[in-house]
Design a protein around this ligand. Sequence first.
Ligand code: SF4
Ligand code: SF4
Length: 435
Amino acid sequence: MQTHFTATQLADPHLREADSILRTCVHCGFCLSNCPTYALLGDERDSPRGRIYIIKDMLESGGPARPSAVTHVDRCLSCLGCLTACPSGVDYMHLVDQARTHIEQTYRRPLPERMLRQILLWVIPRPALFRLSLLLGWPFRWMWRVVPGRLGRMLQTMPASFDSPSSIHAPQVFAAEGPRRKRVALLTGCVQTVLGARINEATIRILRRHGCEVVVARGAGCCGALAQHMGRDAEAQDYARANVRAWHDAGIDTVVINASGCGTTVKDYGHLLAGDSAFAAMAESIATKTKDITELLIELGVHRAVSPPKGIEIAYHDSCSLQHGQRITRQPRALLANAGFTVRDVGEAQYCCGAAGTYNILQPAISDSLGQRKTANLLATGATAMACANLGCMLHLSRFSDLPMVHTIELLDWAGGGPVPAALAGLHESVPAAS
Ligand code: SF4
Ligand code: SF4
């Protein structure tokens, strides 16, 4: 693609990077087949190729983003399906991040939208505040049908139940069982700390069983993805710096991540902090030490299942951040099969389920359409339950069917001697349920 940035613009490293990304696009359109918003809306401006043109015009003009450009960039899920499909290696991930930053810096959203985004940015990365807001809002959950706008949407997406606070999230070290093979830091996650403590508990159990000392490092917290996907670069970098410092000081061998959205972001810390001379090398080192839990288990050589479950068919849902962001599709399937589960692939696996961080709140109509489409594909497998690598997908998809939803690591932990995942307890009364 031809670009027309001025020499002055190209002196800016961000625009120089955008220019080189844009120039790799050859307009072939192969990416369209992987784009869920294009599949749903059929509008070229809601396809990767269309957005690339929009972003090019927006960045070249350098002025305030136009409302139409904001509309189409906002509708992008950052699912990165286009990244997987593109034969030319167009780095859409960093291009759309730049577009979001430009929009955030030059476009004034309506006040309610600004307030909503600010609230999400403030509350979600702070587990105590997030829990408090859920506790306060929970009694009014039923009112989502009558409360208009995004407030109603927030009530609608509120989970039916949430976990009690867990002591595992405090800074501490969990000793390895047997000789120590690795010292790993666990990113406990923001939403997961409040709504998915069981996932972190299962992760710690399985890592300890495999000889890992597990560190919950003091000072580590939100990965920064939430801020980054809202165009708030500086805040995302602050979160990244805090994590890099905490894990560096903890002297770990590996950072293990069980929330795939966070994993994609942490693996990109080298890029996010490339302009910070004090942190760039440390950030790159942490990024290269970061592994999804399934990658790490394969590397450790997972033990044979202690109590292989019988007759459980799992529809494995490839979360976008794992399949497109990290290109991990084989490892979870291999681990689940090794543990005794029958794994079913889900139709249209390349499409996002519509959760996409805060997208399900910010773009409710598209999010729900994608959720319903994914659910139809999940149910068509006839599986007993769905497994995936991202709590966000589980929470979102659980609104559309009664299919039990579990994190992959809950199943692997169960098969290795851990408790039955709570979501499956009713289905398998012969096996003692998780407390
Ligand atoms: S597949 Fe890649 S090169 Fe082709 S239009 Fe899409 S982004 Fe551009
Ligand atoms: S990131 Fe996803 S929604 Fe956005 S353009 Fe690419 S495929 Fe489409």
